[in-house]
Design a protein around this ligand. Structure first.
Ligand SMILES: *Cc1c(COP(=O)(O)O)cnc(C)c1O
Length: 386
C-alpha cells in the first residue's frame, strides 16, 4: 500500500454515480446521503456542471493568476451577489479559505488573537488546525499558533464576557458540522457579532460545509440577522471540482493588495467553470425554497419515525444537513446502512450525519428514512422503545 494511512476507509469502491445514486465495483447501487461530505450538492455529475467542464476542457485548463480571467471574475460576482460582501479570493480548499481569512483579519486589524469555539472544525493547516477547537486534531504536531482561544459554543455569556482588545476576529460556524451537526442559536450568533463590533474585531463565518445552498439559503448565516465581514466557502462550491473561496467586505480590499497573498491554482478556468455552473443552478430563489421545504420534510419525517426509538436522542439540523444523535456509538449503524444500500457519515462518535444532494427527491428521502428506521430497530432491538 503506497498511500499514507491517513484515512480509515470503508471497504467500498465506488466506480460511478448519477444524481443521488452511486454504484460500486460489484454493480451494487447506494443511495448517497453523504454527497462526498457536502460537496456534490447537485448530486453526482449534474448535467449543467458536466457540460460546462467539458466545454472548458476543450478550450483551456490552466494559465495561473498572472493573466486576466473573466470567468473567475464572473464566479466572484455570482458568489457575492446574494450577500453583503464585495470581493472574493479563490483558493483550492476550505482550509485555504480559512487560512486566507485568518491572514487578512490579522493584517487588516493589526491585532493577532482569533477567538473560535470548542468542537469547531476549520481545517488541517497549521493556522486552521490551531483554530479548530478539538485536541484530537492538534495532538502530536507540536506548538500551535499561539493566538487562538476557544470559547464554549452556543454560550452567549462566555462571548459577552470577552473583554480583550487584542482580538482580530471571531470565527464561527453557523452549524458545527464535524463537531456533531450542532446548530448555533440566534442569540448566540448575534452576540458573537455584537461582541465583534464592541472589540473592533472582524466576524468570520466558516460556511465551508453550511454554504452553497446546503441549508436552504446561499449561506446559512442568512437565516439570521448577521452581517459578517468575511465568509469562507469550499465543499459544495464546485460540485466536486476542488475549489475554495474567501469572501470579504470592500474595506478589506487594500489589505490583500498585489503580492500580499496568492495561489497557483486558485480559481483557474476549470474551477471557475465549475463554480459558475454550480451557482447558476443553486443561487436561485425557487431552487433554494425547495431545498428549505424538503429539509423541513426530511427533519419532520425523521423525527416522527425515529424519535419513538429509545436509542435516538435527538434529530437536529437544517435543510440538507441533519444530525441524528444516538445514545450509543453510531459507527455500527453506518456499516449496517451501507449493507442496506445507503451511505451516511458520522459527525462525532454518536451522531449520524445526513448530507443528501440538495436536489434529492421525496421518494429518495422516504426510502432513506425507511432504511434508517429499519436498521436502527434491528441494531438496537434490545433497547425498549417508547
Ligand atoms: C470541511 C471543512 C473545512 C475544511 O475544508 P477542507 O476543504 O477539507 O480543507 C473547514 N471548515 C469546515 C466547517 C468544514 O466543514
Amino acid at each position: 500500500m503506497s498511500l499514507f494511512p491517513t484515512y480509515n476507509r470503508f471497504p467500498l469502491t465506488l466506480v460511478s454515480g448519477s444524481g443521488t445514486t452511486v454504484t460500486d465495483d460489484q454493480g451494487k447501487d447506494y443511495l448517497d446521503f453523504v454527497s462526498g461530505i457536502a460537496v456534490c450538492n447537485l448530486g453526482h455529475r449534474p448535467e449543467e456542471v458536466q457540460s460546462a467542464l467539458q466545454k472548458q476542457l476543450d478550450q483551456l485548463w490552466h494559465v495561473s493568476n498572472l493573466y486576466q480571467l473573466p470567468s473567475q471574475e464572473e464566479a466572484a460576482e455570482r458568489l457575492v451577489e446574494p450577500t453583503n460582501l464585495d470581493h472574493v479570493f479563490f483558493c483550492n480548499s476550505g482550509a485555504e479559505a480559512n487560512e486566507a481569512a485568518i491572514k487578512i483579519a490579522r493584517k487588516y486589524t493589526g491585532k493577532e488573537k482569533i477567538i473560535t469555539f470548542k468542537q469547531s472544525f476549520h481545517g488541517r493547516t497549521f493556522a486552521t488546525m490551531s483554530a479548530t477547537g478539538q485536541e484530537k486534531i492538534q495532538k502530536g504536531f507540536g506548538a500551535l499558533l499561539p493566538t487562538f482561544e476557544y470559547l464554549p459554543y452556543n454560550d452567549k455569556e462566555a462571548v459577552e464576557q470577552l473583554g480583550d482588545d487584542q482580538v482580530a476576529a471571531i470565527m464561527v460556524e453557523v452549524i458545527q458540522g464535524e463537531g456533531g451537526v450542532v446548530p448555533g442559536t440566534a442569540e448566540f450568533l448575534e452576540a458573537v457579532e455584537s461582541k465583534c463590533r464592541d472589540l473592533g474585531a472582524l466576524l468570520i463565518i466558516d460556511e465551508v460545509q453550511t454554504g452553497i445552498g446546503r441549508t436552504g439559503k446561499p449561506f446559512a448565516y442568512q437565516h439570521f440577522n448577521l452581517d459578517p465581514d468575511i465568509v469562507s466557502s469550499a465543499k459544495g462550491l464546485g460540485s466536486g471540482f476542488p475549489v475554495g473561496a474567501m469572501l470579504g467586505k470592500a474595506k478589506l480590499a487594500e489589505t490583500f493588495s498585489a503580492g500580499s497573498h496568492g495561489t497557483t491554482f486558485g480559481g483557474n478556468p476549470l474551477a471557475a467553470a465549475a463554480v459558475n455552473a454550480t451557482l447558476e443552478k443553486i443561487f436561485n430563489d425557487s431552487f433554494l425554497s425547495e431545498v428549505e421545504e424538503k429539509g423541513q420534510y426530511l427533519k419532520e419525517e425523521l423525527t416522527n419515525s425515529l424519535k419513538p426509538l429509545n436509542v435516538v436522542k435527538e434529530v437536529r439540523g437544517r435543510g440538507m444537513m441533519i444530525g441524528i444523535e444516538l445514545q450509543k456509538e453510531a459507527m455500527p449503524v453506518i456499516h449496517a446502512l451501507r449493507e442496506e444500500g445507503m451511505l451516511a457519515v458520522l459527525a462525532g462518535p454518536q451522531v449520524i450525519r445526513l448530507l443528501p444532494p440538495l436536489n434529492v427527491t421525496y421518494d429518495e428521502m422516504s426510502s432513506a428514512i425507511q432504511t434508517l428506521s429499519k436498521v436502527l430497530q434491528e441494531q438496537f432491538k434490545d433497547l425498549q422503545n417508547a
